[in-house]
Design a protein around this ligand. Structure first.
Ligand code: SF4
Length: 676
């Protein structure tokens, strides 16, 4: 298609100059690939290392396309941090820079799910009854009251009503009192607050914008719902695409608990005959009693009493829905009360159906997995709950994301074991030729997606010289990690590395317990200040760690992906073990069994892929700017000795590898003295 706009390269150069940068080959390559993908309609996966300037590399071709065609491009992120960076920093600067070349200022807007915005009608109405968990806890009730009062005050300060702008945040329970789901919303035309509604304003603004920034959750909701949630668009750019499958899975995960059933019966109790609502309440009580005796974890077979009770819940919820009947009233308050009851009943009914259906097929054909969660021992106990989640979202993504838009996926980590295949399979894209290769003697999974979707995968590399700037140290001499916490040899190794580095250490642990034990042990053994996740808010801990080089920060999952500390405060990243999913992780273990039942390699497809992604993300914390130098130390000898070790090593940046602890300690000491 020809247009009169300046060529992409010129626009990119203008945008890069405006943000004060220099042309980078990886950025240019990526921008041209994005531009070509938009033109041809072929999907694109592009791996771009930290420092490539990838947001400009997709924003410029996206804006050019939107302006040239009068269409919208959706950009989806996993984290609020990236969303804020795009909306508050990158997009305003790029839009201003390109105004002259494009003959108008490109527009952009941010859009999230309705539940993310304060609902003025809900805020105005009567408070919802607290759920059972809060009902019997006077402290929780008073905290909830304080939070709702704060939210009522916040409404006069906020221009967007966006929950992410409320600092500090409030509990989920409090937020639910002032927000509605799409199902519960009255609709702007009927709602007395429709003209001032925050969610409606955000939707209207997004509908007019060239670029709509959203999150993976809304992208998933848009794919899962039968109606359109996002404005009309023809291109989707998924940044932080390594997280897409997990985010979509969590949106597609349903739950069923006694407190949900009880809440549904209370909500409907005022609107239907008492007996009908009471029957549902009794089923909820039955579920509460039964779940107390079911151990937490995956359910491969459905215990008969539980099956009978969930069937009764399904049928009672259906009777309540029938008794509610179609909407007749025009009074918005009556309609809102009915909608709140109906949406809860539908959720209870639909999830009961899903739970029951999950047990109908064998491992190879199962669609959903069911497990029981609950936590009685902690300070914030959670009652037992049935969870139901899809074993995969490839079919959904293939049909609703790739099938309907040109989709561009990008992240610093998209190739695992050297190819895009592992993630392509999870996304529902056909694997490329490389998938037939064997990895360390292990045949790759035989599952092959449908092949009518055309896509390209490119790696535009990284501006960092990994082999010169970083060392990958595998502690080959240590014993393999066991189940019983960190052995003394690990703590001694960790201590020697931390002392050689003079602090400056980010410790990434596979569990919170391991992080806390290591922090406690090192506090006893060294004078270095050890910050540990959970001691304070994570953002405050990261700030302290960045400001004081002689400190260490230990933690778990959110640190694996979320820490960005350039400079001398971080010269050592330590990982305690290869982060395989826990053997009792219900979803990962069920996925592994399903792949094996279809004749594939469950371990490589699920566990090793999960570990490779996290290892690469963790290792990516080390080099954040061109001058950064340091060590990634993996205290798990299996990285060097196990047959899957080659696949994992091939997923990491190409650091200089060694198993010699003395060489590593000497390098860390040199870095410490150079920085001090
Ligand atoms: S339209 Fe009304 S009910 Fe719906 S979110 Fe807006 S204020 Fe709430």
């Amino acid at each position: 298609m020809s247009d009169t706009l300046p060529p992409l390269r010129d626009l990119l150069a203008t945008a890069v100059a405006a943000v004060g940068g220099a042309e980078r080959p990886g950025q240019v390559e990526m921008a041209e690939a994005v531009h070509a993908s938009i033109r041809t309609g072929d999907h694109l996966a592009v791996q771009a290392g930290t420092g490539t300037g990838k947001s400009l590399a997709y924003l410029v071709p996206a804006i050019r396309h939107a302006v040239a065609n009068g269409s919208s491009v959706v950009i989806s992120t996993a984290t609020i941090a990236l969303q804020r960076q795009l909306v508050d920093r990158d997009l305003p600067r790029v839009a201003k820079a390109l105004k002259e070349s494009l003959k108008r200022t490109p527009t952009f807007a941010i859009l999230k799910g309705r539940r993310n915005y304060l609902c003025l009608h809900r805020l105005d109405g009567p408070e919802d009854e607290p759920d059972d968990q809060v009902l019997f806890d006077p402290f929780a009730i008073s905290r909830l009251g304080r939070e709702v009062t704060r939210l009522r005050e916040w409404v006069s300060d906020t221009e967007t009503g966006d929950r992410d702008e409320l600092v500090p945040g409030v509990s989920e329970q409090a937020w639910r009192q002032v927000s509605v789901s799409a199902r519960e919303c009255l609709g702007a035309s009927r709602c007395p607050m429709g003209t001032d509604c925050f969610a409606e304003k955000a939707r209207a603004e997004a509908g007019r914008a060239d670029i709509v920034v959203t999150n993976h959750a809304l992208l998933a909701i848009d794919a899962l719902q039968g109606y359109q949630v996002l404005p009309e668009h023809d291109v989707v750019i998924v940044d932080e695409a390594h997280d897409l499958v997990d985010r979509v899975t969590s949106v597609a995960t349903g739950e069923l608990s006694a407190s949900m059933v009880s809440m549904a019966s209370r909500r409907v109790g005022r609107l239907v005959e008492e007996d009908t609502a009471d029957r549902l309440a009794e089923c909820g009580e039955g579920l509460a009693m039964l779940l107390e005796d079911v151990p937490t974890g995956r359910l491969d077979a459905f215990p008969e009493p539980l099956r009978v009770t969930v069937t009764a819940i399904r049928d009672s919820a259906h009777q309540c829905i029938t008794a509610l009947g179609p909407e007749r009233q025009a009074d918005p308050d009556v309609v809102a009360t009915r909608k709140l009851a109906m949406s809860m009943l539908e959720e209870v009914h639909d999830n009961a159906v899903r739970v029951l259906d999950a047990f109908g097929a064998d491992d190879a054909h199962r669609r959903d997995v069911v497990w029981v969660t609950g936590d009685f021992g902690s300070n914030t106990p959670r009652p037992p709950t049935l969870k139901v989640a899809p074993l995969g979202v490839a079919g959904l993504l293939r049909e609703k994301l790739f099938g309907e838009n040109t989709t561009i996926l990008t992240s610093a980590t998209l190739t695992l074991g050297g190819t895009f295949d592992a993630l392509a399979k999870q996304w529902g894209l056909p694997v490329q030729q490389s998938s037939s290769a064997k990895v360390d003697g292990m045949a790759s999974d035989k599952e092959v997606a449908s092949d009518h979707l055309r896509w390209t995968g490119i790696d535009v590399g990284s501006p960092f010289d990994h082999a010169r700037s970083g060392i990958l140290y595998t502690a080959r001499h240590l014993p393999p990690p066991g189940r019983d916490g960190l052995p003394d040899a690990y703590l001694t190794e960790l201590q020697s590395l931390v002392e050689a580095a003079g602090g400056r250490t980010l410790g990434l642990f596979s569990s919170m317990r391991a992080a806390k034990n290591a922090a406690a042990a090192l506090r006893e053994r060294t004078d270095t200040e050890i910050l540990c996740q959970g001691d304070d808010s994570t953002s405050l801990l990261v700030k302290k760690f960045a400001e004081n080089p002689a400190t260490c920060l230990f933690g778990t999952l959110s640190l694996w992906q979320g820490v960005d500390v350039p400079g001398p405060s971080l010269s050592l990243v330590v990982m305690d073990r290869i982060p395989f999913p826990r053997p009792d992780d219900p979803l990962a273990s069920a996925r592994q069994r399903a792949v094996e039942a279809r004749g594939g390699n469950g371990f490589l497809t699920v566990a090793a892929t999960h570990a490779a992604l996290l290892l690469a993300q963790g290792a990516g914390r080390l080099l954040r700017s061109m001058d950064d130098r340091g060590v990634v130390a993996i205290l798990d000898p299996r990285l060097a000795t196990a047959r899957y070790g080659g696949f994992l090593r091939a997923s990491l940046p190409p650091f200089w590898p060694t198993t010699d602890a003395e060489v590593v300690r000497a390098a860390l000491r040199r870095l410490d003295s150079a920085a001090s």
